[in-house]
Write a protein of this length. Structure first.
Length: 95
């Protein structure tokens, strides 16, 4: 038998799934960052140790990883709840 759920339970579950998905996306980004920049630093140190050209990637991509975390993970619950509230308001206006 199927159990009926309330709209509030559905919203909370949806927000939880979205947060989990955002964390998963960030984890992939972070793993890519660490692996690729480790490789670039090793290549840099083996080929031209006196010229640290790999720092550009470490810093530039690092800023992107930080921004990704702030905008997609750290503020996820707050922004998703805000969107749900706006959707509620819009639904009430149209009914």
């Amino acid at each position: 038998m199927s159990e009926s759920i309330t709209l509030e339970k559905f919203k909370n579950a949806y927000i939880a799934v979205q947060i989990k998905d955002r964390k998963k996306g960030f984890k992939g980004h972070l793993i890519s960052y660490v692996c690729m920049n480790t490789l670039l630093v090793i290549v840099n140190l083996l080929t031209k140790p006196d010229e640290l050209w790999s720092l550009g990637s470490v810093i530039g991509w690092g800023v992107g990883v930080i921004v990704h975390y702030i905008t997609q993970v750290a503020t996820a619950e707050k922004s998703l709840k805000k969107m749900a509230k706006e959707a509620d308001s819009l639904a009430k206006e149209t009914s």
